[in-house]
Ligand binder design. Structure first.
Ligand SMILES: Nc1ncnc2c1ncn2[C@@H]1O[C@H](COP(=O)(O)OP(=O)(O)OP(=O)(O)O)[C@@H](O)[C@H]1O
Ligand SMILES: [Mg+2]
Length: 347
């Protein structure tokens, strides 16, 4: 059974037309009146049908638009998912790249004490050979023997000191490198940790001729993810190296730590380089924003630092810069990272 939306109207019209037929002999004025009424009703009826057709068409269009919107939304969601995956991959590869730089730094830094120890050992071996020959030839004189003992004592001290230094360096780097790849929470001394991180950057800093100063209260312990902190400080220092200074400039990078309130730590990383142009400032934390595309910049350093500061450290990162006067990045975070020191206990 089909439903006619205009059943009533059509019936009324039919009846009106019948009435008009029956009025053939009536007063012409009445006839004209009825005629005019029927005409008006017919026009209204036609208009009504037209409106319903328009409304049907609009509804169809609306359905198409809705469908289109749903498709677009799905596409946008897919794109976002792909972007997030790409970002994750980039963050991982950035981590690996900075680990590569770290390893190069280790090799360079450990080379010095190992080199000294090696040449001392070879010197000692030569002196021992000489003494042995002298023993075989009838025994060394008192003076020669004393000289040998002096040499042996000095070189052994040097070998020991340098091997100890190499061991310390390796220990420090090992910790920084492990922290860099595995996000693990532990309690660490902020001052010595910062020094270890900067040690891994020493070769590049020294090569460029910049000075680095760390001012941090002694005994300040942080309970959190040291890898995140090391990555932030590394990225900021590399930025100063890459962007703040020109060829031949001698700059000073200062890392100052204080406590703005009892449980909070504030770390300010400041360079006295060329600063950042005002039009670039609002974009420095955007992913892929770099003024060095094609010459070593991917524009991820500050973005990653920001994510680490607000994510694992549960803090804030902000940047201030005036052209010609350098750049200061401030990291404020809690002494105890989110999750709580007694995370395992409360969990
Ligand atoms: N200390 C600084 N002095 C001057 N400009 C800076 C400094 N730090 C950052 N910038 C500016 O901010 C931009 C973004 O920095 P970011 O660390 O995110 O990327 P990048 O250093 O260019 O590349 P990446 O860190 O991925 O290698 C830089 O390209 C540079 O223009
Ligand atoms: Mg950078």
């Amino acid at each position: 059974m089909t439903f006619n939306l205009f059943d009533t109207e059509e019936r009324v019209l039919d009846e009106a037309r019948l009435l008009r037929g029956r009025l053939a002999d009536a007063d012409p004025a009445v006839r004209d009146g009825v005629e005019a009424l029927i005409g008006a009703y017919e026009r209204g009826y036609r208009e009504q049908r037209r409106l319903v057709r328009v409304s049907d068409r609009l509804q169809e269009q609306l359905a198409t638009v809705n469908q289109e919107l749903a498709n677009r939304r799905r596409e946008a969601e897919d794109a976002l998912k792909r972007l997030e995956e790409a970002q994750e991959t980039l963050v991982q590869s950035e981590k690996l790249a900075s680990l590569g730089a770290l390893v190069a730094g280790v090799a360079h830094e450990v080379n010095t004490p190992v080199g000294i120890a090696l040449s001392c050992a070879s010197h000692l071996s030569d002196a021992t050979d000489r003494l042995r020959r002298s023993v075989e030839a009838g025994g060394p004189g008192r003076q020669e023997f004393r000289r040998y003992l002096e040499t042996a004592g000095d070189t052994a001290d040097l070998i020991l000191a340098n091997c100890r230094r190499a061991a310390e360096l390796i220990q420090g780097f090992k910790q920084v490198a492990v922290d860099r790849v595995s996000a693990e929470r532990r309690r660490f001394d902020l001052r010595s940790y910062l020094q270890e991180v900067l040690l891994s950057l020493q070769p590049r800093l020294r090569q460029a001729g910049h000075a680095v100063r760390v001012e941090c209260p002694e005994g300040l312990k942080v309970d959190g993810d040291p890898g995140a902190l090391s990555q932030i400080v590394t990225n900021l220092t590399l930025n100063s190296l890459l962007h703040a200074y020109g060829e031949g400039d001698r700059g000073t990078i200062a890392i100052t730590v204080d406590r703005p309130s009892p449980d909070m730590v504030r770390l300010v990383h400041r360079d006295d380089g060329r600063g950042i142009a005002p039009e670039c400032l609002p974009h420095v934390f955007d992913p892929f924003f770099t003024t060095r595309r094609g010459s070593g910049g991917t524009g991820l350093g500050l973005h990653i630092a920001y994510n680490l500061a607000t994510g694992p450290l549960g803090g804030r990162l902000s940047l201030d810069s005036t052209p010609g006067q350098g750049t200061a990045v401030t990291l404020v975070f809690s002494e105890t990272a989110p999750g709580g020191a007694d995370g395992e206990v409360s969990a």
